[in-house]
Design a protein around this ligand. Structure first.
Ligand code: ZN
Length: 114
């Protein structure tokens, strides 16, 4: 559903149904991480390693902002799907809350209480 400027033309019943869908499709809130995955390249220091002449060995990190500071947490390759799922859950939650806000604002304008 396009919620940008077209909410006005949508019936209240449809808005309430959409709101229910959004609520039902919220990801599990205990499985969210706010942050992003980044790759850092690190030279291992071995004089004969191929990384001497290259960018270094790639390592995955989770970058997360907390109280104004960015933290980097190393993510083993086997944990990437686990982390990615939680990053996706966070974004889906954020998108859902944004759309729920738009719907609730429109319901407020129409003076429709739940
Ligand atoms: Zn190396």
């Amino acid at each position: 559903m396009n919620t940008d400027k077209n909410l006005k033309s949508i019936s209240s019943d449809l808005l309430l149904a959409r709101r229910q869908d959004l609520t039902n499709s919220l990801p599990p809130l205990d499985q969210v991480i706010r942050g992003s995955l980044i790759t850092r390249y690190v030279k291992c220091g071995k004089s004969k390693c191929r990384c001497v002449s290259g960018p270094g060995h790639p390592s995955l990190y989770l970058s997360s902002l907390h109280e104004g500071k960015t933290r980097l947490v190393y993510v083993p390759a086997s944990w990437e799907p686990w982390v990615q799922q939680r990053l996706d859950n966070f974004h889906r939650t954020q998108d859902n809350l944004a759309e729920l806000t738009e719907i609730n604002l429109e319901l407020l304008k129409r003076r429709i209480q739940d």
